[in-house]
Design a protein around this ligand. Structure first.
Ligand code: ZN
Length: 283
């Protein structure tokens, strides 16, 4: 069933686990993520970035995820990842998305608060939860700017003011992770996370988690993370399965055959993360 992320994340917070938010790129990703959620009996968030939305349109993704959600009793949420402005967020909500993120992390603190609040007010009236971001997740999300060498960490005291002023219902924090593929081993600043958790009561979100060792993610969940995003690993998994099939069957021209192998690889990755996040058997 299609639900919002509100109770899903509050339940995770109470139960000391996290819900995985998996970026879906096409029908095969949607089917594979759903298969993993059913196999693990786990609540699940499927999300799309503006780049993915530009590829096919909000309506296509809504249609696919709604169909997936209607096939199951498992709670499924459809979330706009890294919403790049007021208009995109409103379009997503009006299309049927059950959760949105407004990402104002690229503008100064005060402007980020104004932008976030402008989305939170109408979203609240429509019953849609809003994730915001304070501090920077490194690397390059989608076709956005590279966070580069700016201080990436969320200031815990700013987080308190930000959440109070904006009314956001969950908060993505900068604690050392980055989008894309890591060059070295990533390191989550658990102490900063703990300090934010001690001051802010809403669910916290971890971005850029592909490639972060499971034990670090596990500790981050103990320290207050309730939603964990995975995008890059799913892309890599699908491509790996798809290409392996095509390498063995170069004459194949039926895309369903290599896609099946790609989906199997995604399902493996997603199921294993659900176990580590603690969301398995929580649906
Ligand atoms: Zn992100």
């Amino acid at each position: 069933m299609l639900v919002t992320t509100k109770d899903m994340l509050l339940d995770a917070q109470k139960g000391h686990y996290a819900v995985g938010a998996f970026n879906v790129e096409n029908l095969e990703f949607v089917m594979a993520v759903l298969a993993a959620a059913e196999e693990r009996h786990s609540p699940v968030i499927m999300q799309t970035t503006p780049g993915t939305v530009k590829y096919a349109g909000l309506d296509y993704f809504y249609g696919m995820v709604k169909a997936a959600a209607e096939r199951t009793d498992i709670p499924v949420a459809l979330h706009l990842d890294h919403g790049d402005g007021f208009d995109r967020c409103m379009q997503a909500i009006h299309t049927g998305y059950t959760s949105v993120m407004i990402d104002g992390s690229h503008v100064p603190f005060e402007q980020n608060m104004e932008l976030t609040e402008s989305v939170c007010k109408p979203a609240a009236a429509m019953g849609i939860p809003v994730e915001a971001e304070l501090g920077k997740v490194g690397g390059k999300e989608d076709d956005g700017p590279d966070a580069g060498k700016e201080n990436p960490f969320t200031d815990p005291d700013e987080a308190v003011e930000f959440v109070e002023r904006t009314g956001c219902t969950s908060l993505a924090v900068g604690v050392g992770t980055a989008h894309g593929v890591y060059k070295g081993t990533p390191h989550i600043e658990q102490e900063i996370l703990k300090e934010i958790r001690s001051k802010v009561s809403i669910p916290l979100v971890l971005h850029g988690t592909s490639g972060v060792p499971d034990d670090q993610v596990f500790t981050a969940i103990e320290n207050g993370i309730c939603k964990v995003n995975y995008a890059t690993e799913l892309r890599q998994a699908f491509t790996k399965g798809y290409m392996a099939y095509m390498a063995e069957n170069p004459d194949c021209f039926d895309p369903k055959k290599p896609s099946k192998e790609g989906m199997a690889e995604i399902q493996k990755v997603v199921s294993s993360h659900m176990d580590n996040l603690g969301s398995s058997h929580k649906a």
